[in-house]
Design a protein around this ligand. Structure first.
Ligand code: GLU
Length: 467
């Protein structure tokens, strides 16, 4: 095992990782974990590892792994390296041997039923249901007998929580660290069962594989959800038992729904895939994921560099961030409303939207997803069915249309003239004109939009013919 000294870590570029299990696609909860790590790496010029935690062989699939990569790419997050736990069994074997040699990993033979019975007994006696370490007392002969009965051992990590005097009896033993998000943290190893690191079928558990990987990939900072706080207490001891300096940890609060309830039941609807199907902008999703539950305002940012410069783990609040899909939709619209033409020009071209920056700036304030810019382009340049609310007014207005060329002063001059001639004003004037010209009763400012419609179409629409 490489031994990392604290000095070595501080001299190195930070290295972070995002470690999803490929048992599903990304959702707002783990998008948040991913983006916080990604921004940390970006801000500090560090590296970002994508690690696929596929120790659960039954539920992990390559299709999910590919789905996660696609989700990250869509969100604009790139990783420097990728690792997959199922490729690293040799390293886990080596590390497990080192722990056995150090007498920190020991074989246990209890079945699930025996353990559950024991826990019930402990609880009925008012004791905490902690594993009693009976297996530590087994002699070589006992073990041989158990193996001959056909039992295969699972392996537990012996937490460092006993003193010389008390022998096997766990004592309060505090593991502490200064959390990047939560400040000073403590976990009492004396209140925990020795964790199983290797199952009876020989497969390794995440608690262990994660530490071996974090050591081998020289991960300097682990940013993950606060549901891992207790794990951290255990994992710090595993790092130390393997002779490695533990990395820095930051545990962010978890997101909840607007109603304060856990998001877990609704995650399907809150997946990157469904955000994509809703045509939301990746940067709106990233802005929300990065800023929700922090002391920064949740505002849309068009570039990841802006989010990276704001990023500071100390700004992440301890209270859960409340996530509402409607707020993400509003944020998406706000992002589009301020996006410069250069950022969307290529996509507008694909959508068939012309008119360059002038058209984009005319319509961006009236769209909630980018595709709607194409709707407005069609309204400006293709046939629509005009809505004639006031035929006489529209016919008169058609006669009064100025001759070209048109610019943004045309609307004002023309409507002033229509007002003088017909006496119509305010909504009674503007609403019928808008309906006739666009077929909709709200939309972009007509002083900017009218020139894109042009005289010929405007005239036909006001006269109630398709145009
Ligand atoms: N696969 C773990 C999870 O998704 C990773 C936790 C960690 O970051 O260590 O919860």
């Amino acid at each position: 095992m490489p031994v990392l000294k604290p000095a070595a870590i501080s001299l190195m570029k930070p290295a972070v990782r995002f470690a999803p299990s490929p048992t599903g696609r990304l959702h707002i909860g783990n998008i948040r974990t991913a983006v916080l790590n990604f921004l940390f790496a970006l801000k500090h010029g560090g590296s970002f590892l994508l690690r696929l935690d596929d120790t659960d062989r039954e539920r992990s699939t390559e299709a999910f792994a590919q789905g996660i990569r696609d989700d990250l790419v869509w969100l604009g997050m790139r990783w420097d390296r990728e690792a997959r736990q199922s490729d690293r069994t040799d390293r886990y074997e080596e590390a497990a041997k080192a722990l056995v040699a150090a007498r920190r990993l020991y074989p246990c033979y209890e079945s699930e039923e025996e353990l559950s019975l024991r826990r019930k007994r402990q609880l009925s006696m008012g004791r905490p249901p902690i594993y009693d370490r009976a297996a530590l007392k087994l002699t070589a002969v006992d073990r041989q007998r158990l193996e001959e009965e056909g039992r295969r051992p699972h392996w537990r990590f012996r937490l460092d929580n006993t003193s010389e005097e008390t022998g096997l009896q766990p004592q309060p033993t505090i593991v502490s660290w200064n959390d990047m998000v939560r400040g000073d943290q403590t976990v009492d190893a004396g209140s925990l069962s020795d964790p199983v690191l290797i199952r009876a079928d020989g497969t390794y558990l995440y608690t262990f594989t994660s530490v071996v990987d974090d050591i081998d990939f020289a991960i300097s900072h682990i940013i993950r959800g606060e549901d891992h706080v207790t794990n951290t207490g255990v994992q710090i001891q595993i790092f130390e038992a393997l002779g490695a300096e533990p990395p820095a940890f930051g545990h962010h609060s978890l997101l909840v729904g607007a109603d304060g309830q856990a998001l877990s039941k609704r995650l399907g609807a809150l997946s990157a895939e469904s955000f994509r199907a809703m045509e939301l902008e990746p940067m709106a999703v990233l802005s929300m994921a990065a800023l929700l539950g922090t002391s920064d305002a949740v505002e849309p940012h068009g570039r990841v560099e802006e989010l990276a410069s704001l990023f500071d783990p100390a700004k992440i609040s301890m209270a859960p961030g409340r996530f509402a899909l409607e707020e993400l939709e509003v944020l998406n619209a706000k992002l589009l409303h301020k996006l410069p033409y250069a950022d969307v020009a290529a996509r507008l071209q694909v959508l068939g939207v012309g008119g360059a920056s002038a058209f984009w700036e005319t319509v961006r304030g009236n769209i909630s997803v980018l595709r709607e810019a194409a709707d407005w382009w069609r309204i400006a340049t293709s046939e629509i069915a005009p809505v004639i609310e006031h035929a006489a007014l529209c016919a008169r207005a058609a006669d009064l249309l100025p001759s070209g060329p048109w610019d943004e002063t045309t609307w004002g001059t023309w409507t002033a003239l229509v007002k003088d001639v017909t006496g119509a004003k305010g909504r009674a004037l503007f609403h019928p004109l808008r309906l006739a010209l666009t077929g909709r009763d709200s939309g972009p400012e007509l002083k900017h939009f009218l020139p894109f419609i042009g005289r010929e179409r405007a005239k036909a629409r006001l006269e109630g013919t398709v145009g």
